[in-house]
Write a protein that binds this ligand. Structure first.
Ligand code: FES
Ligand code: MG
Length: 573
């Protein structure tokens, strides 16, 4: 490895023999750091999303201690700092509203401080893209470390998956197949250890994307949060970031177009979350890699799903880890990958996984006998979604992939909640449930409400899936024939805003088509009558709504696209 002679940016603070240097060093020394830590060794920022309100990241202070061990061992100086944490299960109206805000926190915290390299501690869904995006806009040597999934949920002798089990059991309660008492009893059994959702939801998907992009050491995605291997990985991550600073291995050397192409293919192979579409588009925008929604279909097309995990399949992350984890998947799909993408350990992704063993072929299928064929995210176009909409075929019902049905329209989420359980609602299983005003501006923050619960009268027939359509997202742990991310969204006057009860909607996934069977003249008439919803008047909500881009662009704020590097800012005094 080549070692850089570039002066470290932290020396712009600590290397000064004057009043300002005194201030930078002296105040830090109140924590007991010896003089020699300021001698020009790499200063490693440990960007921590620990919060008791983000339970999935609740163990991150311990994890950071293992990172620090590694940083000290390699001759670096670790300094841990907090950033806004985003807890998927607590934050309202949706954690996604704050992804870009947290990314700004990350970006400015890195750039404004004496930091030469960064370790990103990421776990719960939105913490991963927020940290990756913020760090990408600085482009320092950066390494990702995920917190790891929880142990498998266990309820009455059965495995129950985070999220997926909630969606399933709550429908059983509404359909009369489970009592509320049983449902509540499962609460303490589903989430039974530290860590993030142990399904292949957004957290596990994004941890896999971090590994697939080459941004973490191999094995990062699947090691359970409570396995001692996770702490070992943290320590090795700490050692490695110090070397990365010496090698000047900055983020943009890892996050190439080829790396994104690999990540998109690997997302299909793991049956990953639709949320990865939005997050990777936004991340690519930050690092300056051209990537479009259409790339998702073009690259993921004909990629099979190899991984039999909920919500697409039956197993959970603990099983995935024991079966070999992401390296075993990468080894399988190597013929479909760009061979020369570099990872944070200096080797290529393909080389890292060339010998990766698989211990359970029911969990990780071979490429020749996939779990599901053609599993890539499908991008739909048509008069209802001129800029695109997405569906995850691996989590949908094959029989509904070509379906025309009568629209049952909900104007917004409140309208939906008010009427979905109404026995008088004119709906049957052939209808298409349409939900408006849940996109980036409409909700605001594009909540995970696209996997609408079905009407009880449909559930009572034993039917568990219907075509659903919205400008919302859905939880990565959810499933069903759910068309999401319709762009442009209803709140900006996209065609979705014009759909009315009784209109015929045609979904044709093989043809990538989403069509509203209403003629152009009638649509023009409806467009005339459309009234834009009111916008928030102050604070973050206002800034967000005024600047958020549409889903097909990644829903980043327009002024955050790109990066500013990490030049040393002027002095503070
Ligand atoms: Fe935090 Fe699922 S709720 S990872
Ligand atoms: Mg979620």
């Amino acid at each position: 490895m080549t070692t850089t002679k570039k002066p470290l940016r932290s020396q712009g603070w600590f290397g000064k023999q004057d009043r300002d240097g005194f201030m930078h060093r002296s105040w830090l020394k109140n924590q007991g750091y010896p003089d020699d830590l300021f001698d020009g060794r790499p200063v490693i920022g440990i960007c921590n999303t620990w919060s008791e309100l983000t339970p999935c990241n609740g163990h991150f202070r311990e994890l950071a201690e293992f990172v620090k061990r590694g940083v000290y061992e390699a001759g670096g100086f670790p300094l841990e700092f907090p950033v806004m944490s985003l807890g998927e299960t607590q934050l309202r109206p949706t954690a996604m509203l704050f992804r870009n805000l947290a990314s700004m926190d990350v970006e400015e915290s890195i750039r404004g401080n004496p930091i030469d390299g960064v370790v990103l501690l990421m776990g719960c869904d939105k913490t991963t893209p927020a940290l990756m995006m913020g760090a990408a806009s600085c482009d320092l040597p950066t390494i990702g470390l995920s917190g790891g999934p929880m142990l498998n949920g266990k309820f009455r002798g059965q495995d129950v998956g985070s999220g997926t089990g909630v969606w399933m059991m709550s429908e059983m309660v509404r359909g009369g197949q489970m009592t509320m008492e049983e449902f509540v009893a499962s609460e303490s059994c589903m989430q039974r250890s530290k860590g993030s959702c142990m399904t292949m939801g957004t957290a596990s998907t994004m941890a896999s994307m971090v590994e697939a992009l080459g941004m973490s050491l191999p094995g990062n995605a699947a090691i359970p949060a409570v396995d001692a291997q996770r702490n070992r990985l943290a320590q090795l991550t700490g050692r490695r970031i110090v070397e990365m600073v010496r090698e000047d291995l900055i983020m943009s050397k890892i996050l190439t177009r080829q790396a994104f192409e690999n990540a998109i293919r690997i997302n299909a192979a793991i049956g990953g979350s639709t949320n990865a579409v939005i997050h990777l588009l936004a991340l690519a925008g930050r690092i300056g890699v051209p990537l479009t929604l259409e790339d998702w279909d073009a690259l993921g097309h004909e990629m099979p799903c190899l991984v039999n995990l909920q919500p697409s399949g039956k197993y959970l992350m603990e099983d995935f880890y024991y079966a070999g984890g992401l390296p075993a998947v990468i080894r399988e799909v190597t013929p479909r990958l760009n061979a020369d993408t570099r990872t944070v350990n200096g080797r290529t992704l393909v080389a890292n996984c060339a010998e990766a063993p698989c211990y359970n072929r029911d969990v990780i299928h071979p490429l020749q006998e996939p779990f599901k064929p053609d599993a890539g995210i499908a991008v739909l176009k048509g008069n209802l979604a001129p800029d695109g909409a997405v569906i995850k075929p691996s989590a949908a019902t094959p029989a509904l992939m070509r379906h025309t049905g009568r629209a049952v329209v909900f104007e917004d989420i409140d309208d939906y909640h008010a009427r979905i359980d109404d026995p008088e609602l004119d709906v049957d299983e052939h209808c298409v449930l349409v939900l408006k005003n849940c996109g980036p501006q409409g909700y605001p923050g594009m909540a995970e409400v696209g996997n609408m619960q079905l009407p009880p009268k449909v559930l009572q027939k034993g039917i568990t899936d219907m075509v659903r359509l919205s400008d919302a997202r859905m939880s990565g742990t959810a499933y069903g024939t759910v068309v999401l991310h319709t762009s442009p969204e209803a709140a900006v006057g996209g065609p979705l805003a014009l759909v009315r009860n009784g209109d015929l909607i045609e979904l044709d996934v093989p043809a990538r088509k989403l069509h509203l069977h209403v003629d152009e003249a009638e649509l023009a008439r409806r467009r005339q009558q459309w009234v834009a919803p009111a916008k928030p008047e102050r604070g973050w909500y206002r800034l967000y709504v005024n600047h958020v881009q549409q889903a097909h662009l990644g829903a980043d704020l327009d002024f955050l696209v790109g990066g500013s590097g990490a030049p040393v800012p002027r002095e503070s005094h």
